[in-house]
Design a protein. Structure first.
Lengths: 119, 145
C-alpha cells in the first residue's frame, strides 16, 4: 500500500496522519512533509501511525529526525500508535524510551479525559 | 538449494518487491502465519542495508535474495560492498538514539540492525565466498503440512 499523508489540527497540535507503508522508498516523502510542517511554524506535532501497516528503520530514523528538529525549535513531538506489531518495533529498538507514544489523539493532545481511547 | 532467487538493481523501490516475494515464499514454505510480519520486516531491513551499501560505494551491481525451504525457511541477502562496511554493526543504547551528534545514517543503520537481531533468532552476517560482499542469512522454522 502506498504512503498516504494528511494533516489536521487538534487542540493546537498539528496531527500528521500517516497511512500505508513507511520504508526506504517512501520515508523521504514523510521526512519532506515533517520538515515542511516545522518550517511552516508547527511546534506541537503528533504523528498518527494508526493507518501504517509497515514501518522500517528508515521510517524510524525520519521520526527521530523530526523529534530532534522540534526539540531544537522548543517544540513537542509525539506518536499515536496502538498496533502491537508496531509497538514491538519500538520496544525492540528501545525507541519506546525515546518517543512519547500515546494510544489515542485525545491522549496525545491532552484533549478530553486523556484516557487513551482507541476509537 | 535455493528454491527462489531474486536479483534487483540497488534502488529503494525494489525493496518492497523483495519483501513481497520473501513473504509469499515463506507462506508457501510453511512458516507460521504469526511470524510472517517479522519475516517481512527482516527481509526488508536486510535488503535496505544492502541497497544503502551499494549506493554508498556507487556500486551498480545487483543485490541478490535467495530463499530456500529445504529443512527450514532460509533467506540469504547478498551485497557486494567492501567487507569493512559491515564492521561496526551494533545496537544503539536508548540514550544515544536521540543524541544530536548521531547522523541519520548511523541511526538508521543501528536501528536496522537492532530490528534484525530482535526479530531473527537465527541470524548470521558473514563475508561472501567469492569477491567483496556480505551475506545476511536468516532462518525461520517451518511447519510441515
Amino acid at each position: 500500500m502506498e504512503l498516504s499523508l494528511a494533516t489536521r489540527t487538534v487542540a493546537e497540535h498539528t496531527v500528521l496522519e500517516v497511512g500505508g507503508e513507511v520504508d526506504v522508498y517512501t520515508a523521504p516523502r514523510l521526512r519532506e512533509r515533517l520538515v515542511e510542517l516545522v518550517d511552516a511554524g508547527a511546534r506541537n506535532v503528533i504523528v498518527d501511525l494508526a493507518g501504517v501497516d509497515f514501518l522500517d528503520s528508515t521510517g524510524l530514523g525520519v521520526l527521530v529526525g523530526a523529534m530532534k528538529r522540534l526539540r531544537v525549535a522548543n517544540g513537542t513531538f509525539g506518536l499515536v500508535c496502538s498496533k502491537e506489531p508496531l509497538l514491538k518495533i519500538f520496544r525492540i529498538t528501545a525507541l519506546d524510551q525515546v518517543f512519547p507514544i500515546y494510544s489515542s489523539i485525545e491522549a496525545a493532545t491532552g484533549d478530553g479525559d486523556g484516557s487513551g481511547s482507541t476509537s | 538449494m535455493a528454491t527462489v532467487r531474486l536479483s534487483f538493481s540497488p534502488a529503494p523501490v525494489h525493496v518492497r518487491t523483495a519483501r513481497l516475494v520473501g513473504v509469499a515464499v515463506a507462506r508457501r514454505a510453511g512458516v507460521a502465519e504469526e511470524l510472517l510480519d517479522e519475516v517481512r520486516l527482516a527481509i526488508g531491513e536486510a535488503c535496505t542495508r544492502a541497497v544503502a551499501l551499494h549506493n554508498q560505494y556507487g556500486l551498480p551491481d545487483l543485490v541478490t535474495v535467495e530463499m530456500s525451504d529445504s529443512d527450514a525457511y532460509a533467506v540469504r541477502v547478498i551485497d557486494h560492498a567492501p567487507i569493512e562496511a559491515s564492521v561496526g554493526l551494533a545496537k544503539l543504547p536508548p540514550d544515544e538514539l536521540a543524541d544530536e551528534s548521531l547522523t541519520d545514517e548511523a541511526l538508521t543503520t543501528g536501528v536496522g540492525f537492532a530490528l534484525l537481531a530482535g526479530f531473527v533468532d537465527d541470524l548470521q552476517v558473514r563475508p561472501v565466498e567469492d569477491g567483496p560482499g556480505t551475506e545476511v542469512r536468516m532462518v525461520w522454522p517451518v511447519q510441515r503440512r
